[in-house]
Design a protein around this ligand. Structure first.
Ligand code: GDP
Ligand code: MN
Length: 332
């Protein structure tokens, strides 16, 4: 879990839920990472929530901050443009640091190198952007259901690489040149593309253009050896060298999703339809038998793979049907 000291209440909420619904039975270790040291208070309040091992790490500076070779003038222009377009986190450098770290570095952190499997966990965040102008309301992170089996063993036993719960389209202005960069990469390195890939999840015209579909990476259960592989290492370096994480605002969700869809087999990507999860306005609620057996607290009628919760206190939706936006139909 990546978190700031100021995220403490949200972190406690997420850890408390996951411990009660899952980890109390399994006792998997928790790893918390931050770009600055966690406070004593943070560590004390979080450690008390579990009997499992808990470790707290600091991210090496060179894996977090904007690299020196980035042209700051051009980066500033890119940020201004997204601010003018009203794109969330458009003006934020720290958000870009976070996306780049999650894309290329978390799995190389010394606290994570002993591990192969991870579950990425997030918290409620009330975020004030660096310009101080906007308060984005991030209402909730919820884990709705009991999980009685071990999802890591499931992944291993079924030869899976990447697991998700929610999929949706990315906001195009954040990644204008990502797809052409991806196409250049696969032209130069065709050997990394799986013959049994999921290009049709990403593209409605056999790879010509990107349909913006991605797996929402604030929830991931996945194999870090995939991110450490030659294919992904080369892919990340290629993306990194364009500066797109800073000149544009490339998210780790499309970056991870494109790599998983192209460099693994289709059957190595798993939809955890039995894990109830909500992040901000979007939720996945398991259906039927899964809802009953999971003792889920979500409303099963409110589920379309990705929905906006109408009565959310942070509701900003003008009536757009976000259900239409789920990318699940591209995956099934
Ligand atoms: P969103 O889900 O795309 O809206 O992004 P969030 O603001 O939720 O950030 C994703 C995760 O990264 C959350 O768990 C945050 O706590 C964490 N995060 C975001 N920015 C920073 C940062 O500057 N420092 C640290 N340590 N964590 C951050
Ligand atoms: Mn978040």
């Amino acid at each position: 879990m990546l978190a700031r000291n100021t995220d403490l209440n949200g972190v406690i909420s997420s850890v408390e839920q996951l411990e009660a619904r899952f980890n109390r039975k399994f006792n998997y270790p928790w790893v918390f990472l931050n770009d600055v040291p966690f406070t004593t208070d943070f560590k004390r309040r979080v450690s008390v929530l579990t009997d499992a091992d808990v470790s707290f790490g600091v991210i090496p500076r060179e894996n977090w901050v904007q690299p020196d070779w980035i042209d700051e003038g051009r980066a500033q222009e890119g940020r201004n443009k997204l601010v003018r377009q009203g794109v969330i986190y458009g003006g934020s450098v720290s958000y870009r640091n976070m996306c780049r770290f999650n894309s290329g570095f978390f799995f190389r952190h010394e606290l994570l190198t002993p591990y192969k499997w991870y579950w990425r966990v997030e918290s409620v965040v009330h975020y004030i952007d660096e310009l101080g102008s906007d308060l984005f309301c991030r209402p909730d992170v919820r884990y709705y259901c009991d999980l009685d089996y071990d999802p890591f063993l499931f992944m291993e036993e079924h030869d899976k690489v990447y697991g998700f719960t929610i999929s949706m389209p990315e906001w195009e202005p954040t990644i204008p040149s990502l797809w052409s960069t991806v196409k250049d990469f696969i032209t130069e390195h065709p050997q990394y593309v799986s013959p049994d890939n999921s290009m049709d999840f990403l593209s409605d015209n056999a790879g010509d253009s990107y349909n913006m579909c991605h797996f929402w990476s604030n929830f991931e259960i996945a194999d870090m050896d995939f991110w450490r592989s030659e294919a992904y290492t080369k892919f990340f370096e290629y993306l990194e060298n364009t500066g797109g994480f800073y000149y544009e605002r490339w998210g780790d969700a499309p970056v991870h999703s494109i790599a998983a869809a192209l460099f693994t087999r289709r059957d190595q990507i798993h939809f955890f339809k039995d894990i109830g999860y909500k992040h901000a306005e979007f939720a996945h609620c398991p259906q039927g038998r899964l809802w009953r057996e999971g003792h889920c607290s979500c409303d099963p009628n409110d589920n379309f793979g990705a929905i906006i919760l109408r009565n959310s206190p942070c509701e900003t939706n003008d009536g757009t049907d976000f259900a239409q936006n789920s990318c699940l139909r591209h995956f099934m």
